[in-house]
Design a protein around this ligand. Sequence first.
Ligand SMILES: [Zn+2]
Ligand SMILES: [Zn+2]
Length: 292
Amino acid sequence: MHNEYRFLIDCGEGTQRQILQSGIGFKRLNRVLITHGHLDHILGLAGLLSTFMRWETIEKLEIYGGQWALDRVHDLIYGIVLRGAKPPMDLQLLQIQPGLIFAEGGFTVTAFPVWHRGPDCFGYLFEEKPRRPFIPEKADALNLPMGPWRRDLVDGKPVTLPDGRTINPDQVLGPQRPGTRLVHVGDVGRTAEIEEVCRNADALIIESTYLQEETDMAERFAHLTARQAAELAARGGVGKLILTHISRRYRERDVLAEAQAIFPETIVARDFATFQVRRGECTPVENPGSNG
Ligand SMILES: [Zn+2]
Ligand SMILES: [Zn+2]
């Protein structure tokens, strides 16, 4: 079963070059989620679009974002890149509200509001459906034969065995387990509003533009320090903290040191990582950075 979906979250300058260099390609790259309308998060759409116009073909491109972000994306694409030409694919700008924006293939994407400069800033939660694990010991105790019955029971369907017995899913499945949760937050100036959504996330990808020594700058421009991001991860019991949007003025190891002192499970991904979200795993694919 091909059950693979790709999302690009934000599109900074040079993103299409990074995708080319990284070798992961443009295939099935049909969905771009925009966190907000600042230029360092959308300018790369121009390059992406012109790449598609010249020599890559995809049938459809959906760009999700808040109204402010999409207004700027619209101006950029139709006013500057296309200038009257037709989009090289079925291009859709999809304005979102907080809440569910995508549900397919056993997982959902939910948008939630974040506080930053400007209106309509969003973070995104990728969440697998909860599932009930198959308990082999229970199946053995029932003398459940090998065969298609097991799969049906996992799918929640009662089965009738060749010997005439009917087995219900409850007899062989364990209690429900939550699915994998991956939270992506773009630029954000404070963490109070997002604590709840981050709780127990398997991975939290979030900006960390400043170090603690520049807390005043972080406050002024509505960004986080590495320390604030790490405190959020620690409070929420997050699995892994992935820091992005690091200022070029800092050394990566200083950012890591500040965060890991509070939350050891921290890594730094330079801006605008690409993600593959599959059943059971959310894999960030790191790209080299661009400015933010
Ligand atoms: Zn911003
Ligand atoms: Zn930014």
